[in-house]
Design a protein around this ligand. Structure first.
Ligand code: COA
Length: 183
């Protein structure tokens, strides 16, 4: 049996794998009005990567790395929660050895921000990663000026550390949450 993350449900949301039918909604939410956004063709490629990533990682019995669609309970796409590998080769750990972490990413449609949707979606994914995947720890990364993302980290109970040096390699803000600190 391939290993898949089941559809997760919260009070207001569903978190499910992307399908190719999400293209138009994805392009509108992720790229609409953003001059740095992808073209429709680039977004189609990204979506194809999401769909195939879900399928082939599951066949490799790997944890559910990749992007997941966040929808309202009526099916309307409102955002993305990503679970991505994070290897900090630039900093390294003790002895200069880099360790691998599981990092979360979140994005909510601009018109729906500030209603707790990112924290609600991320909380469901974190619960799954701790309870079902038995992870010890998850992290999230961002930059100092992304205060909304740091607020989501804190709402999840993450310890948020900021690089003391503004010229430190990115990411300069890292939130860490252990399974024992998660409620
Ligand atoms: C980061 C993001 C996902 C948050 O989504 P959201 O649904 O608005 O998040 P939530 O409502 O759960 O929480 C947002 C928190 O940020 C706070 N916040 C928002 N803007 C803020 C600002 N400029 N300064 C301080 N806090 C801020 C809100 O008050 C809220 O905290 P509260 O509930 O304690 O009041 C959303 O802003 C987004 O999609 N940004 C673009 C993508 C992005 O930057 N993703 C992170 C990449 S590292």
């Amino acid at each position: 049996m391939p290993r898949v993350m089941p559809e997760l449900e919260t009070e207001r949301l569903r978190i499910r794998p992307f399908t190719r039918g999400d293209l138009d909604a994805c392009h509108r939410i992720l790229d609409g009005g953003d001059e740095r956004g992808m073209s429709l063709e680039q977004r189609r490629e990204w979506l194809e990567w999401c769909v195939l990533n879900t399928r082939f990682l599951a066949e490799l019995y790997q944890p559910p790395y990749g992007e997941r669609a966040v929808t309202l309970r009526d099916g309307t796409l409102v955002g993305v929660v990503g679970v991505v590998p994070f290897v900090d080769s630039l900093r390294g750990g003790p002895g200069g050895v880099a360790s691998a972490d599981v990092a979360l990413y979140w994005f909510i449609a601009a018109e729906l921000r500030g209603r707790g949707l990112a924290a609600e979606a991320a909380r469901a994914v974190v619960r799954h990663l701790f309870d079902e995947e038995r992870l010890d720890q998850v992290i999230a990364t961002t930059e100092p000026d992304n205060l909304a993302s740091q607020a989501v980290m804190r709402k999840l109970g993450m310890t948020v550390e900021r690089a003391p040096n503004p010229h430190a390699p990115r990411p300069r803000v890292i939130g860490t949450l252990t399974r024992y600190a998660f409620r």
